[in-house]
Ligand binder design. Structure first.
Ligand code: WTA
Length: 635
């Protein structure tokens, strides 16, 4: 029996049992057989969720890029590692072989060194989906610098707060990016951000769109001339198992985004193992995940997981609608993609186009389809299954989080029978549980509760950068000795899980996590605004969209509401980015509040969702009369 590659359901149960009964032994075998180590570990696992402190493979030494690249050179040096599909379908595809990747990563690593970056330094990467993004990530890992990728849709303010939080010394960006028919001035956004980032001494600029950007003397440097000069060999930095590999920010229900810290060895073992099994990856498959590397999905399942397995991973620069809504299918046909991993919001947008385009292309290469980022509704699931998978490619509905580093609940294709809208069974080594409102563990099937994980897994985030207390409070204080996910779920009669959505103030819009607090803070910056509350409401394509309730300061003047709406969305765009714009804004004289002054979001959510049949108990409000007023004026 090969624990590394599960092939049928009975084997899944066997391997799963072993992974929870003897987790140390199980993961030790995987780690031993499938990776290169510079030094072996002293202890497979030590953990204490009360502290919380989790260590996997402590004492071991390694470099993840040796595992992603160097060790494949003997057998796969001319195999394509990264298949880059540019925004414009008329531009040539770029095939970067393992050998070329090795050289380019080494050169980039040497450039970083020449700019004074060394082990433990933080490097911010703000790039579009071009090969330099993956190469920069790997170059950081090669020299032990901690990468902090910021999705290239975030605003200058959002970049600055992240760069300062983790005290990045250097930023890698580009002169701009292509997005369908548009170009975006990334350099300008970074320049604005860096005005308030005194710790950044260097900005390396990739030339992508040949735009006329200004370069600040002493700080900004074109990357290519430095690469041209750099040597193509670079020794790996020897890293400890628990040395940080990267920081990735995710929204919390309150306050600033959380810089989740992932460490080296456990992350490597788990992303490699889960990639192999969840996508039933086989040599010579062409794997494509449509996510942006700015999110965890891209880190784990475009870069690290596939490269650790010596796979060919597609990187797509563009958008699904350019030059038309057939682009995804065109890419699948052109490169004979075997695994296709996308988000429900993309599926819904494509489904809206009907079936004509999807039927125009040859999708027969596809073997496995994946979904991630938010619950997939039944209609989208069937559209995907019927029209893309042609009822023969299983859909893996993968539930996981930035914090979990890797896929946690998922079917294994051709192994676990799928069920629409269900993420189904825990992946190997994962021990989920559901908790009742009163904090009891729900042991039966056919129950609904708050989703927690009872036992550590190798790729869990170890802390929040510079804020371990927040890590403890957010994830380990709600339920004793359990990691709390922030999601609700139900478990059916056979033990399948269905994720029902966030139970906190995080809203998932088009698969992007957004905290309500920072959006409200941005709205409240508007001089006319007294107070605001943001909630989610169901949206046909985005899954959820944002609804803002805004009260204005009483200045006696009348204000043009249309202009105000535009101004509010402009402020949100500046503070966070266009993804956080409100779809609907309702101006109201007040917000429903409890006697202690807390906004009753539950009621606002129901009103925004037009689900006002049962608003629950409103008698504890200090201003119950406002509820009717809000309902009468709902947008
Ligand atoms: C949601 C993305 C239902 C969930 C990898 C989680 C999902 C949050 C699914 C994490 C799924 C992710 N079904 N909900 N298959 N996958 N989610 O950190 O609410 O960007 O907590 O990680 O997305 O989003 P994040």
């Amino acid at each position: 029996m090969s624990n590394y590659h599960i092939k049928h359901l009975e084997e899944y149960y066997q391997v799963y049992r072993k992974s929870v009964q003897e987790p140390e032994k199980f993961w030790e075998e995987i780690a031993e057989e499938h990776f290169l180590w510079q030094k072996r570990w002293d202890e497979v696992l030590s953990w204490d969720f009360a502290k919380p402190e989790i260590k996997w493979f402590d004492g071991a030494e390694l470099n993840i890029t040796e595992n992603c690249i160097d060790r494949h050179l003997a057998t796969r040096s001319d195999k394509t590692a990264i298949l880059f599909e540019p925004n414009d379908p008329n531009d040539p595809t770029e095939h970067i072989t393992y050998k070329q990747l090795h050289e380019r990563v080494n050169k980039m690593a040497n450039v970083l060194k020449s700019q004074g970056i060394s082990k433990g330094d933080r490097v911010c990467i703000y790039l579009p989906m071009i090969p330099e993004l993956a190469i920069s990530i790997l170059a950081c890992a090669r020299i032990g610098a901690i990468h902090s990728v910021i999705f290239a849709g975030f605003s200058a303010t959002a970049i600055a707060s992240r760069v300062n939080d983790s005290d990045c010394k250097l930023v890698i960006t580009s002169d701009g990016s292509y997005r369908g028919a548009k170009t975006i001035d990334l350099k300008g956004i970074v320049d604005e951000a860096l005005e308030s980032c005194p710790g950044v001494h260097t900005s390396l600029v990739v030339k992508r769109i040949n735009s006329d950007v200004s370069m600040k003397a002493g700080r900004d440097k074109w990357l290519q001339p430095l690469l041209d000069e750099a040597s193509n060999t670079c020794e790996i930095e020897i890293m400890k198992a628990e040395d940080p590999l990267f920081i990735l920010y995710t929204s919390g229900s309150t306050g600033q985004p959380k810089g989740m810290v992932h460490t080296t060895a456990g992350y490597m073992v788990y992303t490699a193992y889960s990639f192999k099994n969840v996508f039933q990856y086989k040599e010579n498959d062409v794997y494509w995940c449509t996510a942006d590397i700015g999110w965890i999905t891209g880190h784990s399942y475009i870069v690290y997981g596939p490269l650790l397995n010596g796979a060919t991973t597609v990187m797509f620069e563009g958008v699904p609608s350019y030059p038309d809504f057939g682009r995804f299918w065109d890419i699948v046909q052109k490169h004979k993609v075997t695994q296709f991993y996308t988000a429900p919001t993309a599926i819904r947008a494509l489904a809206r186009q009907g079936t004509e385009l999807v039927n125009e292309y040859d999708l027969s290469s596809l073997k496995v389809l994946g979904s991630v980022g938010e619950p997939i509704n039944e209609e989208a699931w069937h559209w995907y299954n019927d029209n893309v998978g042609k009822n023969k490619s299983p859909i893996v509905d993968t539930w996981w989080q930035t914090e979990t580093g890797g896929i946690m609940i998922t079917p294994i294709p051709f192994v676990t029978p799928t069920k629409p809208t269900y993420a189904t069974l825990p992946f190997i080594g994962i021990q989920p549980t559901l908790m009742s409102e009163s904090g009891e563990e729900l042991m039966d099937n056919q129950v609904e509760g708050k989703l927690c994980i009872k036992f550590p897994w190798p790729s869990m985030a170890r802390t929040i950068w510079a804020n371990h207390k927040r890590y403890e409070e957010t994830y380990f204080s709600t339920y004793k000795n359990k990691y709390f996910t922030g999601d609700g779920a139900l478990r059916d009669e056979v033990g399948y899980y269905r994720i029902t959505g966030r139970v906190d103030d995080v809203i998932i819009v088009s698969g992007h996590n957004l905290g309500t607090a920072p959006i409200e803070d941005a709205i409240n910056e508007h001089p006319a605004v007294a107070e605001s509350a943001v909630v989610g409401f169901p949206h046909e394509v985005k899954g959820n969209a944002l609804y803002g309730y805004v009260t204005l300061k009483d200045t006696g003047e009348s204000r043009n509401q249309e202009n105000l709406q535009k101004e509010i969305n402009q402020i949100i765009t500046e503070h966070i980015g266009p993804i956080a714009k409100l779809d609907k804004i309702q101006f109201t004289d007040g917000l429903p509040k409890t006697r202690s002054g807390k906004i009753m979001r539950r009621i606002l959510r129901k009103i925004a969702s037009k689900d006002t049949g049962d608003l629950g108990d409103t008698s504890t409000l200090q201003n119950p009369e406002i509820v009717k007023d809000i309902m009468d004026n709902v947008v």
